[in-house]
Design a protein around this ligand. Structure first.
Ligand code: GLC
Length: 815
């Protein structure tokens, strides 16, 4: 008898253990209930909820147990009232909005998305649909012939991700390779493109997620989450721009940055003591190389303990930041999340007292080693911790610091094996490392942003992060971590920045010049010229490497780099307006050509995939430091060489010269680009004249010009200046709309700098409507050189007109 029981038990045990390793398919439709824009389906093996968030955004959630209350750190966009039409038949459902028709087959349960005209956009894979492999849930989708995939945030590899697989698991990856995956940040959002259609998928799950774009199989692609429910958003629009707009409607956009953070930023691990910091800044000023921000890396702290100052190296921080401020410089400091376990260290003691640290399930505090030695780690997913962390910044804000660099927040620990069973508060909902890790950096940046914003009294703080999750863009800029000083990394950085932009993260940059390793003069030069066209522009270098300031690579490099940083400063009115545009539309600053030319195969060609548009008008073709001739793909239209104004026809490939002093950069015909005169920092008065470059072309083009005080939140109360400027290249007319907002423009005059026009003459009607002293035409030879992009450049037929910047609507007819 005993033997029989043992046999039965062991058979049962085997079945049980077998049963633990298995697939569960989603099952067949059984019933459904509608409540407003929410559709709840009961299936034979699972539950599915479909929410119509807007006519263009559909949320799909699936769980084997039940659909619980929706919880997301990423999504802030609310459901919009949308008209919905539902038709149920014996084997199908059809749910239609004004933009998408969703077909659902009942047996098995499969979802297909169509345009209103009936074109298939995306469909579940017929064989697998949604499947659980043990706890991992996967959505399998059919790959369409020729389908491409772009985005997914900070991912190495090509612009088109087809044929590759990726994992999201925030990782400290010092010295990463050009094909390493995962890196520091997780943004589970991509855009699929086929047959002139494009759609977005955002997988809102912070656990380890996997994306397979047809790697190791030829029939499906998939996205999966190791823990938790399947929760994805399907977004459809008739163009990539609007897909990004809807994605950033859901997850938010970068706030208006402090203008000073758009200037050049200089960093090094580490500048110390205080006299060294002053010396570096003075050298910038003496050499007339513009600069706005200087960084203090870990050596500024006492034994790497956050919220302290090293008293020997920085005895009087406030005096230092005051002196820096008097030179037009803002100070940024690094903050790491690890809090050294050390009695009588104020932050440690108050952390314990306020119960802010991460713990194991038995309540024991987690300890891991990082720069200061053994540390506890704040649980930023707990509201009380966020407040405690935010309030701690008085140590820096009282000393005049305005930039806060959030590093090591994957979180990084020596050994890189953060235990899975550490528990996270998740705003009261509870969780573990498995879902907490990927949002750790996000919640740290959020606490930093919310805390310093309060402490800085209406001034905009600058937050920079290494680790991030979808939605982090609402709080922080991001840099792509510890890259290496090679050409491959320089070009990879361009792809990372462009991919982040496709994925809702606009304020991004890389360690220009390469963090790890010494760059050659050529590499540094080229990298800095590319860096000018990166939204966040900072040079940084690792400890024990050679000096890496603009003057450290010889005179030639210094001259070129100075010229290009100067160009960045001249372009600030354009760049600032682009950031405003981003807050409205989600369109990034650095725009992969895949945004506007998604149907154009050349855009994905390995020779051209790095090309991007800096704003709507400036086409940049990044080139290796060893290559002095560069193949360029010119999209439709006409393009002016930024340096010479020579014209290239669009829809063509050309080989152009690319010497180190001349990065291939082109301006779209018909463009309007506001510039200012060269300054040494954003605190310097840029004069009373806005320099408006206009490029002739047979197109109609508008630019949304934006100004505010550049530093406070007063714009929220309407203290801004927003003006639409339109160039009609057919009628050759430039029109200025009445500006909106309460802010008075900083510029009393606008100097039109006209490129490609045969001759300039104001038409008589306009002349008579303007009082004569309000305008005057200037001949080409009187163009001030530093009003042009490059002091060194000879422009042949540039002409200028100066007009008063009146707040009324007016037109100017050109020839
Ligand atoms: C990390 C950061 C790097 C910083 C260093 C020292 O490696 O990524 O930028 O300089 O830590 O703080």
């Amino acid at each position: 008898m005993k033997g029989v029981i043992i046999v039965i038990l062991s058979v049962l045990f085997c079945q049980l253990s077998y049963a633990q390793d298995k697939n569960t398919i989603i099952g067949d439709f059984k019933s459904f209930k509608r409540s407003g824009q929410t559709f709840n389906f009961v299936l034979s093996n699972s539950f599915v909820q479909l929410n119509v968030i807007s006519p263009n955004i559909i949320q799909v959630r699936a769980d084997r147990n039940k659909i619980t209350e929706n919880q997301s750190y990423a999504v802030v966009g609310k459901m919009q009232i949308s008209s919905i039409h539902v038709a149920e038949e014996s084997t199908t459902f059809k749910i239609s909005t004004d933009s998408i028709s969703i077909f659902i087959s009942k047996k098995p349960f499969r979802i297909s998305y169509f345009t209103i005209e009936g074109k298939l956009i995306q469909e579940d894979d017929g064989d697998f649909g949604i499947t659980w492999t043990n706890n991992e849930v996967t959505s399998y989708k059919k790959i369409v012939e020729g389908e491409r995939f772009i985005g997914l945030g900070e991912k190495t590899g090509n612009l088109d991700r087809k044929g590759n697989g990726y994992t999201n698991w925030n990782t400290d990856c010092f010295g990463y390779g050009t094909d390493t995956d995962p890196l520091y940040s997780s943004i589970p959002f991509f855009i699929g493109i086929h047959d002139n259609l494009q759609y977005g998928i955002f997988l809102d799950n912070s656990s380890r997620t996997h994306f397979n774009f047809g790697a190791s199989n030829n029939s499906f692609y998939s996205y999966s989450a190791e823990v938790g429910e399947l929760d994805y958003y399907f977004i459809y629009h008739s163009n990539v721009r609007d897909v990004i707009k809807s994605y950033t409607y859901l997850t938010g956009r970068a706030p208006m940055p402090a203008k000073w953070s758009l200037g050049y930023q200089q960093c090094r691990w580490s500048y110390y003591p205080d006299e060294e910091v002053i010396n570096i800044v003075k050298t910038f000023r003496e050499k007339k190389i513009p600069l706005d921000v200087i960084y203090l890396d870990i050596h500024f702290m006492e034994n790497n303990k956050v919220f302290t100052w090293n008293k020997d190296r920085f005895p009087n921080p406030k005096a230092l930041t005051d002196e820096l401020k008097s030179m037009g410089i803002h100070t940024a400091v690094i903050v790491d999340p690890g809090i050294k376990v050390e009695k009588e260290y104020k932050t440690y003691d108050s952390g314990l007292e306020n119960n802010v640290f991460l713990k194991y399930p038995n309540g024991k505090l987690y300890e891991g080693s990082v720069w200061p030695g053994l540390c506890h780690f704040p649980d930023f997913s707990k509201p009380e911790t966020r407040k405690w962390w935010g309030d701690s910044f008085t140590a820096y804000t009282n000393a005049g610091v305005e930039g806060f660099w959030n590093d090591m927040n994957e979180p990084a620990t020596w050994g890189q094996r953060f235990p899975s069973h550490v528990e996270f508060n998740f705003d009261g909902r509870g969780g573990t490392t498995q879902t907490g890790r990927n949002i750790y950096g996000m919640q740290m940046a959020r606490s930093t942003f919310e805390g310093t914003k309060k402490l800085l009294n209406n001034s905009r703080p600058f937050i920079l992060t290494r680790a991030a999750f979808a939605g982090s863009q609402r709080y922080t800029a991001l840099w792509t971590g510890d890259n290496t000083a090679t050409d491959e990394h320089m070009l990879l950085g361009v792809r990372l920045v462009n991919s982040l932009g496709l994925s809702g993260f606009a304020n991004v940059g890389v360690d220009v010049g390469g963090f790890n390793g010494d760059a050659s003069a050529e590499l540094y030069t080229r990298w800095m010229t590319i860096g000018v066209f990166t939204p966040f522009f900072r040079g940084h270098k690792m400890i024990n490497m050679k000096e890496s300031e603009p003057w450290s690579y010889g005179e030639q490099t210094e001259a070129i780099v100075k010229n290009y940083i100067g160009l960045r400063y001249k372009m600030l009115p354009y760049l600032y307006s682009l950031f405003h545009e981003h807050t409205v539309s989600g369109i990034p600053i650095a725009r992969s050509l895949a945004i506007d030319y998604s149907g154009e195969a050349k855009v994905f060609d390995s020779r051209y995939q790095h090309q991007f548009l800096f704003g709507p008008s400036i086409l940049v073709s990044p080139t290796s430091s060893k290559q002095f001739y560069q193949p360029v793909f010119f999209p439709a239209g006409q393009w002016y060489d930024l340096n010479t104004d020579s014209l290239y026809e669009g829809n063509k490939e050309e080989i152009v010269e690319a010497p180190l002093h001349k990065l291939p950069v082109f301006v779209r015909a018909g463009s309007i680009i506001p510039n200012q005169k060269l300054t040494q920092s954003t605190s310097e008065y840029p004069g009373d004249t806005l320099l408006l470059h206009v490029y002739d072309g047979v197109v109609i083009n508008s630019f949304s010009y934006y100004e505010d005080d550049g530093k406070t939140y007063d714009f929220v109360e309407g203290n801004y200046y927003l003006r639409m400027i339109t160039f009609d290249g057919i009628r050759k007319q430039l029109s200025f709309d009445i500006p909106s907002g309460k802010f008075q423009s900083n510029y009393g005059f606008i100097k039109l700098i006209l490129h490609g026009f045969v001759a300039t003459e104001l038409n008589a009607e306009i002349k008579s409507s303007l009082k004569s002293e309000r305008y005057f035409a200037v001949h080409p030879e009187s163009v001030y050189r530093d009003e042009l992009y490059f002091a060194s450049k000879e422009y042949s037929d540039v002409q200028t007109i100066v007009i008063r910047n009146e707040d009324k609507k007016f037109d100017i007819r050109l020839k």
